[in-house]
Design a protein around this ligand. Structure first.
Ligand SMILES: [Zn+2]
Length: 269
């Protein structure tokens, strides 16, 4: 009997370390952060950045089945500009970098289920590969082409924000170069897509909490800047207080993790 009790206690402790169900629920803006949708290439050391199409579909379905409404950046901007409250069950699905697998795997699922997504595009690698990345940890991956991105925008299912020109560590650049990465990518993306780019995400989250870098992001004219820090940011958003944090969905996450991200702001320690 004591053995069984010990097993139960140990299992409960293990589950508490793996899942943050014991955290209090907290309000705030829910912004899911994805990267690649698909199967990681053999030997990849970055499997956490890949979510399988099956899991992605199940997650989007979970959102819709549970009454969540998926927002586009332009809808968030409308709410921000008018000071409107957002329904508690609002969520943004975001993808970083602009991979071709967002076009081949994520977009068809969003379209089919009736959900919306947003991609932070690295302007300089459109139609190329993720050239900023060291291929030692994973071979280069194709980025979406301009026609693919335009097709997704035309469908009304995807909108874009900027993720710089070349995906640098902004805080390590000279201030002028960091400012150029943020301002020039906004200009180029707006010219390419004929829409305002109101949202920006810091590559690697680098610089999001460095005042000198963040100041340049806001000066470039973005309404929203998104970090890579785990969490939910209070809404209405105090723009001066800091960037908007996100909920990083890992490849191994299941729908229980997703539920904890949405309610607790994190699924694990
Ligand atoms: Zn990135």
């Amino acid at each position: 009997m004591p053995v069984i009790a010990a097993v139960i206690v140990l299992s409960a402790l293990a589950a508490s370390a793996r899942w943050a169900w014991w955290r209090p629920a907290r309000p705030g803006l829910k912004v899911l952060c994805y990267h690649k949708i698909g199967t990681p290439p053999p030997g990849s050391k970055l499997k956490d950045l890949w979510v399988s199409p099956e899991k992605f579909r199940a997650q989007v379905k979970y959102l819709l089945d549970n009454g969540y409404r998926t927002l586009l950046f332009s809808e968030l901007k409308k709410a921000y500009d008018s000071g409107a409250k957002l329904p508690e069950k609002s969520v943004l699905i975001t993808f970083d970098d602009g991979y071709e697998n967002n076009y081949t795997h994520a977009w068809p699922i969003l379209k089919e289920l009736g959900a919306k997504g947003n991609i932070f595009v690295v302007y300089g690698t459109i139609g190329k590969a993720n050239l900023w990345h060291n291929p030692a940890s994973e071979p280069w991956v194709n980025m979406a082409t301009l026609p693919q991105l335009r097709e997704m925008q035309e469908s009304g299912v995807m909108e874009y924000g900027s993720h710089t020109m070349s995906h640098p560590h902004l805080a390590s650049l000279k201030p002028g170069d960091a400012a150029w990465e943020m301002a020039e990518s906004k200009r180029q993306l707006e010219a390419a897509f004929g829409r305002e780019m109101c949202a920006f995400a810091y590559p690697y989250g680098d610089g999001a909490y460095v005042p000198a870098v963040r100041e340049k992001a806001l000066e470039a004219g973005y309404t929203f800047d998104f970090s890579f820090l785990q969490g939910k940011t209070p809404w209405p958003w105090d723009r001066k207080a800091g960037p908007i944090d996100r909920l990083f969905i890992r490849g191994g996450d299941n729908n229980w993790d997703l539920a904890l991200h949405l309610t607790r702001g994190a699924s694990r320690l």
